[in-house]
Design a protein around this ligand. Structure first.
Ligand SMILES: N[C@@H](CCC(=O)N[C@@H](CS)C(=O)NCC(=O)O)C(=O)O
Length: 170
């Protein structure tokens, strides 16, 4: 592991570190439709907003957990979850704002074309589900999340394969 960190993706001839480098590899090797420049910028805006929301949750939540002694597992988990819930509630309105700004459709950001931004919305939806905050997910994001698995076989397969996997395992 080049940086001693996970995640690490082993590909033919290259071990890839850094989450965003792994995501870029997956997009280049995947089957998402080609986007126009404008469509790609709309996807980028949603993607970056979702990353910001996710960082706004995970960084303080891990911080709160790390402040508690390692042997106090239950206290650590509670600190993580309580902080993550409070931060996600604070952050979620940003998603509504950016979806309005890009004029997102009812089933995807760009009409008829699945994009990385749609998949990032799914990530936020799964995070909210894990934290019991589905009701706080903006309706526009919820509608896209419902439609996305029907647009791509691998996304649909992911939901079947990972249905019992916890987003955060504590
Ligand atoms: N920028 C990296 C951060 C990865 C990261 O922070 N990984 C943590 C686990 S979530 C890790 O491996 N920490 C161990 C360490 O840094 O020694 C990415 O996005 O992949």
């Amino acid at each position: 592991m080049p940086l001693g960190q996970v995640p690490l993706l082993k590909t033919d001839g290259l071990d890839i570190n850094q989450s965003n480098a792994i995501i870029n590899w997956a997009v280049r090797n995947g089957d998402l439709p080609n986007l126009s420049c404008e469509e790609a910028s709309k996807s980028d805006m949603v993607t970056e907003t979702c990353r910001e929301v996710f960082d706004g949750v995970r960084l303080p939540a891990f911080g709160a957990m790390m402040a508690i002694a390692e042997d106090k597992k239950e206290e650590r988990a509670a600190a993580f979850r309580d902080t993550a819930k409070a931060k996600l509630t604070e952050q979620l309105p940003k998603i509504e704002t950016i979806l309005k700004h890009v004029g997102a459709g009812k089933e995807s950001i760009n009409a008829g074309k699945l994009c990385l931004g749609d998949l990032y919305l799914l990530n936020i939806g799964l995070l909210a589900y894990d934290l019991g905050l589905c009701d706080s997910v903006p309706a526009a994001a919820m509608a896209i999340n419902k439609a996305t698995p029907h647009k791509n076989d691998r996304v649909a397969a992911f939901f079947i394969k990972e249905k019992d996997t916890k987003y955060f395992p504590f």
